[in-house]
Design a protein around this ligand. Sequence first.
Ligand code: NCD
Ligand code: ZN
Ligand code: ZN
Length: 445
Amino acid sequence: MVISGGTVYTPAGPKPLDVYVTDGKIERLEAWGSASDDLRVDATGLLILPGAIDVHVHSRDPGWPEKETFGSLTQAAAAGGVTTVVDMPNTLPAVDSPEILRAKVERAQSQAVVDFALWGLLRTGSTQAAIEGLARAGAIGFKAYLGYAWRHSTRQVLYTMDLDDPDLEVPPGYRTLARLAPVVASTKLPLATHCEDPEILIASSQPILSYQDVLRARPAIAEGIAVAKVGALAEAHGMHIHIAHLSSAEGLAAIRRLAGSGSNVTVETCPQYLWLSDEDAPRLGTLLKMYPPVRTAADRAALREGLMRGQIGMVATDHAPHTDAEKLGTSLADAAPGNPGVQTLLLTCLELAREAGDLRLAVRWVSENPAKTLGIFPRKGAIQIGSDADLVLIDPNLRTVADLAWMRSKQRHTPFDGREFGFRIQSVYLRGEPVGPVRGQFVTP
Ligand code: NCD
Ligand code: ZN
Ligand code: ZN
C-alpha cells in the first residue's frame, strides 16, 4: 500500500512524500508522484501524522465494565487518532504482580482495536520480586499513587487515605520510593508518580461544598512538594521519574528547579489543565472534578508556557471514565474524580500547536516524546523507515465538534462537550491496516 499526496510529518518536519507500507511497517518514503494507481490511497490535501500515544488512560478493565472496557476505550482512542494506549494499573485487581499483568494482557488482546502497553503498580507493600517480575512480564513502567491507599481484601487502589482501617495499606510515601528506587533503577523503566503529597492532603482535608473547597483540600503546594521530593529521589538513585498529570504553576516551578540537576525526569500534562480553569466550575459543576484538580487561569497559562518551552514534554489525557450516576447525579463532595478524554487528545493538541504556529509541536507532545519516554521509539511515535505504520490522516480545513454523538467512550459526558476543533481525522491506520478490527498488540519497552 502507498498513501500518496499528503504532507508527511517526519521527525525532520513536514515533507511532500508518499508513504510505502509493507507488512505493517513503513518501508520507504518517496517524493510525490512515485506511486502507481492500483495501490494508491489518495491523501491529497491531508496531513499524515504518526498515530498518537496516550501514555495515561484508565481502561477500567478488568473491574468496572459499566464505566469502560478495553473495547470501548480503544474504539474511542481509534476515533481520536490514538493508535497506542498505555493503561494505568488501578484496574481490579490492580496490577501489582506479573500474574495479574499477564491476565490483563490476555483480556485486553481479546478486545483492543489499537495497540496497548501496561503500567505496573508500585505500592507500599511491593517487593523487589514483584517489581522485577512486572518488568520481565513486559510492564512499560511502574505507577506510584502518592495520595491513594490500597485495600488488601479487594486488591484495589482507593481515592482516599483512610489510615485507621486495618484492611488498608497507606499510600506509598518517600520511604517506599527510596526503598524500591534501586530496584526500579535497575529495570531502567520509568516510575510514573501521582504527585499529591499525602501529608499536605491530610493537613488540608476539609468539607467540600464548593469548587473552591476542592482547590483548598488539594492545594497546588501538595504537587510542588511531591514533585520536588520525587525529583530528588530520581537524582539520588538514578531512576527515571515520570510526573503524571502536572496541574499547577507550583508543580512546574519545582520541575524548573530540577533542570540541570542531572535527574531523569519527564513530565506530562493533560488537555483539561491546558484548556479549563476554576472559572469553568459554574458551567461544568461535578464534571470538573478530577485529581489533581483543574486550578486557576494562571496555572493554565503557566502550563501552556511550560509546554511551549519544552519543560513539559508531552500531553496525555488521564482518560478516567465514571458512570453518569457517579459523575453527574451527585454532589461535588461525592462525585468520582476524572473524565473520559482519550478521543480529544490529538485534536486539542493540534489546536494548541496551530496557535503556536507549528503543528510539529503536537507530534512531539503526543507521539515522539511519549514513545521516547517509554522506550518504544522509533517503532512507535515517528514516520520513518522501519517504524510501525500507525498513521493518522487529517484534514486541516474541516472542523470537528466534540459532541456526545461523536464520542465512542462508554461514557457520554465530557468537559469538552460542544467544543469545535479546526481539524478532522479522516482515517487511521494501525500497522498498515485501517483501524477497526480487534487486532491490538501488547507493546513492551
Ligand atoms: C483517576 C481514576 O479515576 O482512575 N482519576 C483522576 O481524577 N485522575 C485516578 C488518577 O489518575 O489519579
Ligand atoms: Zn493520578
Ligand atoms: Zn490517571
